[in-house]
Design a protein around this ligand. Structure first.
Ligand SMILES: Cc1cc2nc3c(=O)[nH]c(=O)nc-3n(C[C@H](O)[C@H](O)[C@H](O)COP(=O)(O)OP(=O)(O)OC[C@H]3O[C@@H](n4cnc5c(N)ncnc54)[C@H](O)[C@@H]3O)c2cc1C
Length: 474
């Protein structure tokens, strides 16, 4: 270990664990401050580092055709602990990388506990870190403890921090009454990969709609904790009852709009409102209620949503809910190496930066760790090309998004995002097949993804070779 001061990392989740590993492997001391089990969160159940709070999937592992699969590959090539433990504890999941959650988290915890450069402190950091911590990575995630969140909001301005994510209910397809519902996409649009009949539609007449709106407004809601009460909603996912409170017609001009749809059971009658459900799994057995994010209590959701024609006997695979998702307005607040412009000794990583997902959080942790190491060694890392998955994600967080929005004259609206090919620098030329012909449909999409991922691999390799590898520097 070098004799310099340790780098402090707050939060031992996906991002903090990966950042700690990168710093430790580079030969620097790291103190990882994790508040569990001293203080818990609403979602974590164990005291393991890198606990997966919900699904056990790291999503697609296809590095040629999928942006998150490519991100896996890039992280593996940069020595990711999260991917190493994920690969070692993989369970069968088709093309996805899914893991045995307990084995995975135990492996990450054991690797960090055993590393000679890592000290793990089980404590909550309940305010701004002490002034003598000259380099800090804040990786406290979507459920950052309230005291620390307040301290960060004091630095960034409250409007730049806390939001909620809301999820919509999911219904078992075979519990929907097809004597009342029907399949149709709005205006029969097929769209990419669609058939023109992809949504399930449930119609309401005026009386049913008015009663439904009243029930939504009167329904019992989950209450927020006091300190959460003033947190603004993320406008893209307003709870349905909040929309209903904005005016009786709001929903039928929003997610329940009846336009572009014709009821085959009675084509002469025009519906006042229509609830749409979208396929949620490949088997087509589950459908989620489009735009129906809600904080109604679970029993109320079942009662109120079963008044929707076609859903009288609906069985719910998952009910709606809200979860706290603390994240920064990063494009305005962070510099290109994830440091808070207002206080550069603080660097941010993981979901709190406005990425979304386990893998993305760990990926940002990986880069935060590398940026911190470079700073400690007075080196400058060349910017990651935005043609790579890692670079595209960092660019989205640290300014690409903002620049694009401002250029288009649009108001800023930074939103949490999974990695996707839309964040990558577009290809200069569309690929063609061997005959030189322009392609269409799935063949074009597959070739384009292959071209994007091949370019990413080449560009990451070039970036890595120019990175002044540590071995050479030592
Ligand atoms: C309820 C819920 C379900 C989710 N489900 C999924 C899913 O299925 N798939 C998916 O890809 N993503 C999911 N996410 C999103 C996200 O990818 C995960 O939350 C992911 O764990 C984020 O990684 P992270 O490292 O940023 O935060 P975390 O993994 O949450 O790690 C943050 C750590 O910081 C600690 N901490 C917080 N405050 C302090 C403090 N003041 N001092 C010390 N330690 C502190 C916490 O205890 C925690 O261990 C979900 C998020 C939530 C909230």
């Amino acid at each position: 270990m070098t004799g310099s001061k340790p780098i402090h990392i707050i939060g031992g989740g996906l991002a903090g664990s990966e950042a700690a590993w990168q710093v430790a492997e580079a030969g620097h001391g790291v103190v990882l401050h994790e508040m569990r089990p001293v203080r818990g969160t609403d979602a974590h159940h164990s005291q393991d580092l890198a606990e997966l709070v919900c699904s056990n999937s790291f999503r697609s592992d296809d590095a040629n055709g999928n942006a998150v699969g490519l991100l896996h590959q890039e992280m593996r090539s940069l020595g990711s602990l999260i991917l190493r433990a994920g690969d070692a504890h993989q369970v069968p999941a088709g093309g996805a990388l899914a893991v045995d959650r307990d084995g995975f988290a135990a492996a990450v915890t054991a690797a960090l506990e055993a590393h000679p450069n890592v000290t793990i402190a089980r404590e909550e950091i309940d305010g701004l870190p002490p002034a003598h911590w000259d380099q800090v990575i804040v990786a406290t995630g979507p459920l950052t403890s309230p005291a620390l969140a307040e301290a960060i909001a004091g630095l960034t301005g409250a409007e730049s921090l806390a939001f909620f994510d809301a999820i919509a209910p999911i219904v078992h397809r075979d519990s929907i009454d097809m004597g009342k519902a029907w399949f149709q996409s709005r205006y029969d649009k097929a769209g990419p990969g669609g058939t023109g009949a992809d949504y399930l539609n449930c119609p309401m007449d005026r009386e049913q709609y008015d009663t439904f709106i009243q029930a939504l407004i009167a329904g019992e809601k989950t209450s927020f904790k006091e300190w959460e009460a003033s947190t603004p909603y993320f406008d893209g996912c307003l709870p349905i009852e909040v929309m209903a409170e904005r005016g009786p017609e709001t929903l039928r001009h929003g997610p329940m709009k009846p336009v572009g749809l014709t009821n085959p059971h009675d084509p002469t009658v025009k519906a006042c409102a229509i609830v749409q459900l979208r396929q949620d799994n490949a088997l087509g057995t589950l459908f989620n209620m489009v735009g129906f994010q809600t904080k109604l209590k679970h029993a109320e959701q079942i009662r109120v949503f079963r008044t929707i024609p076609g859903l009288e006997n609906a069985e719910f695979a998952r009910l709606g809910g809200l979860h706290r998702n603390t994240y920064l307005d990063s494009p305005r607040l962070l510099d290109a190496t994830l440091r808070l412009k207002a206080e550069p000794r603080l660097r941010f990583a993981g979901q709190i930066t406005g990425c979304e997902g386990y893998v993305e959080s760990a990926a940002i942790g990986l880069m935060a760790g590398r940026y911190a190491v470079a700073e400690r060694e007075s080196r400058t890392l060349a910017p990651l090309p935005q043609t790579t998955a890692l670079g595209a994600l960092i660019a989205h967080i640290t300014g690409g998004h903002l620049a694009a929005e401002e250029e288009a004259g649009k108001p800023r609206s930074f939103q949490p995002m999974n990695v996707n090919f839309g964040l990558f620098t577009p290809l200069e030329r569309m690929p063609r097949n061997e005959t030189g012909k322009r392609l269409r449909g799935p063949e074009k999409a597959a070739l384009k993804k292959r071209a994007l991922t091949d370019r990413a691999r080449a560009d990451l390799a070039a970036w890595m070779s120019g990175e002044a590898p540590r071995a050479a520097a030592e």
